[in-house]
Design a protein around this ligand. Structure first.
Ligand code: HEM
Length: 143
């Protein structure tokens, strides 16, 4: 799957950046639980997503997901990637580069279909940039 750029969006305003940092601080303080919650919610609401994660296919209940060290570890990786993006809000060139690389990996190595990012893209302001970039189809548009 190739990455297609679909234009630029404006940078975040100072107010938006402040809001992102405030909201993110609350999430990051509980990064372990937040990572598990992100993944278990994704798997429960979109069971098809598990096809991309062979190592999580056997986890059928939220309880088994909560207890899985592998899932917890993956959740931490996601949280850290978002944290990097938040920390780089004032260095957009660095942020773009990092997110572009992550996007590339999802699109070309993990073979994730862009459709799984669209919903978050439309709904969630603070993570909009990260999820959109990550989708591998609108890299430049949102990073
Ligand atoms: C904000 C959204 C997301 C973030 C920040 C994120 C972040 C990450 C990170 C940091 C990795 C590890 C990359 C590496 O090893 O270099 C990863 C791996 C992966 N991600 Fe994502 N991800 C996101 C959304 C998704 C979604 C929606 C899917 C699927 C529908 C997905 C599927 C995968 C897969 C299959 C892997 C490889 C897992 C493995 O190591 O076996 N990601 N992601």
């Amino acid at each position: 799957m190739s990455i297609q750029d679909s234009g630029q969006v404006s940078d975040f305003s100072s107010d938006e950046k402040a809001a992102i940092r405030t909201i993110w601080k609350n999430v990051y303080e509980k990064y372990e639980d937040a990572g598990v919650a992100i993944l278990s919610r994704l798997f429960v609401s979109h069971p098809g997503v598990k096809e991309f994660f062979p190592k999580f296919r056997e986890l059928r209940t939220t309880e088994s997901m909560r207890k899985s060290p592998a899932l917890r570890w993956h959740g931490e990786r996601i949280i850290n990637a978002i944290n990097d993006a938040v920390e780089e809000l004032d260095v957009p060139a660095m942020q773009r580069l990092r997110l572009r690389q992550l996007s590339q990996r999802h699109a070309t190595e993990f073979n994730v279909e862009p459709q799984f990012f669209k919903e978050d893209l439309n709904r969630r302001g603070p993570t909009r940039r990260c999820t959109a970039v990550h989708a591998g189809t609108s890299t430049t548009a949102l990073c």
